[in-house]
Design a protein around this ligand. Structure first.
Ligand SMILES: Nc1ncnc2c1ncn2[C@@H]1O[C@H](COP(=O)(O)OP(=O)(O)OP(=O)(O)O)[C@@H](O)[C@H]1O
Length: 265
C-alpha cells in the first residue's frame, strides 16, 4: 500500500527507551487515553497515526509531562524512561523536558537571535562554562539540524526572520542543543511546504542514529516514509503497534485497515 524502503532496510529491534503501562489520561471527566501499553525503542522513529481527536497528541504529551501544564488533565498509569518512573515525585519536569525534547506543529522560535534560540537551553541547564563552549554547542546543534550553512553568517539575526522550514529546523536545533535522548514531534511538517517537509523528513532519518524519535502525523505517507514503528490510535485506544511495513501492508486489526485504506478518519 505504502512503500517504505527505510522499513525494509532497518527492521532491527533496539533497546526500549520509553515504556508505558496502563496509561489513562483524563480531561476532567473525559477519558481521552484508555489503558495504553507501549514500548518505544531507542534509535528508532515511531509514528503515531489515527483519526483526528483519537488522542495522539495527548499521549505524546504524556511522554515529557507536557500535560502537567493543562489544569484539567490528569495522567494515570506508569511511564518510564530508561526504567525510571517519569511521574515520580523526585523527577523535575524541567530536567525531564531537557532529556525528552519537543518540536511543535507550528515553528515557535523565541523572539531572540538565532544564536540565543539555540543557546538559551544549554545556558540555563549549565551546560556551557564559557562563551567558547556555548559557541561550540550552538554550532553543533545547528549542524545537527542541517541549518548551520544557511545561518552561520547571521547568527545574531532574529530567529523569527527565517523561512517557515528554517524556523522549524531552528526549533529542532533548539531541542537537540540540550542533548536530549528522546525527541517528540507533534506534526512537525504540517505548516511547511513540500520542499521544507522533505528536508525535515531527511533530518528525522538522520536524528534516529542518535535519538529515539516519536512523531505524530496526519500523513500516512509521511509515517511510511520516516518511521520504522507505527502506533495506530482510535478513540483513545492504541489499536495496533508494530513494524511500519506490517501496519501499512498487513494490518491485523480491521480498524487499522479501515483507516489506512481511507474508510475511517
Ligand atoms: N486541552 C484540552 N482540554 C480538554 N480536552 C482536550 C484537550 N486537548 C485534547 N482534548 C480532547 O482529548 C481528545 C484527544 O485529543 P488529541 O488532541 O490528543 O487528539 P489527536 O489525535 O492529537 O487529534 P488531532 O489529530 O486532531 O490533533 C479529544 O477528544 C480532544 O477533544
Amino acid at each position: 500500500m505504502y512503500d517504505n524502503p527505510l522499513t525494509k532496510r532497518t527492521a532491527v529491534t533496539h533497546e526500549v527507551k520509553i515504556s508505558a503501562r496502563g496509561v489513562n489520561v483524563f480531561y476532567g471527566e473525559n477519558r481521552a487515553i484508555k489503558d495504553v501499553d507501549v514500548d518505544i525503542e531507542d534509535k528508532t522513529v515511531t509514528a503515531f497515526i489515527g483519526p483526528s481527536g483519537c488522542g495522539k497528541s495527548t499521549f505524546l504529551r504524556c511522554l515529557n509531562r507536557m500535560n502537567d501544564t493543562i489544569d484539567i488533565c490528569s495522567v494515570k498509569g506508569l511511564i518510564t524512561l530508561d526504567g525510571e518512573d517519569i511521574y515520580a515525585p523526585s523527577i523535575d519536569p524541567v530536567q525531564l523536558r531537557a532529556k525528552v525534547g519537543m518540536v511543535f506543529q507550528k515553528p515557535n522560535p523565541f523572539p531572540k537571535s538565532i544564536y540565543d534560540n539555540v543557546g538559551y537551553g544549554p545556558k540555563i541547564h549549565g551546560m556551557a562554562q564559557s562563551r567558547a563552549d556555548l559557541d561550540e554547542i550552538v554550532e553543533r546543534a545547528l549542524r545537527r539540524a542541517a541549518l548551520w550553512e544557511e545561518v552561520k553568517d547571521r547568527l545574531s539575526s532574529p530567529g523569527t526572520g527565517l523561512s517557515g522550514g528554517q524556523q522549524q529546523r531552528l526549533c529542532i536545533a533548539r531541542a537537540v542543543a540540550t542533548e536530549p535522548e528522546v525527541l517528540l514531534m507533534d506534526e512537525p511538517c504540517s505548516a511547511l511546504d513540500p520542499i521544507a517537509t522533505a528536508q525535515v523528513e531527511e533530518l528525522i532519518d538522520e536524528l534516529r542514529e542518535q535519538y529515539s524519535v516519536v512523531i505524530v502525523t496526519h500523513s500516512m505517507q509521511q509515517a511510511a516514509r520516516v518511521s520504522q514503528k507505527t502506533a495506530f490510535f482510535h478513540l483513545g485506544h492504541l489499536v495496533e503497534f508494530g513494524e511500519t511495513g506490517q501496519i501499512f501492508t498487513n494490518p491485523h486489526d480491521p480498524r487499522t485497515e479501515s483507516y489506512i485504506t481511507g474508510r475511517i478518519g
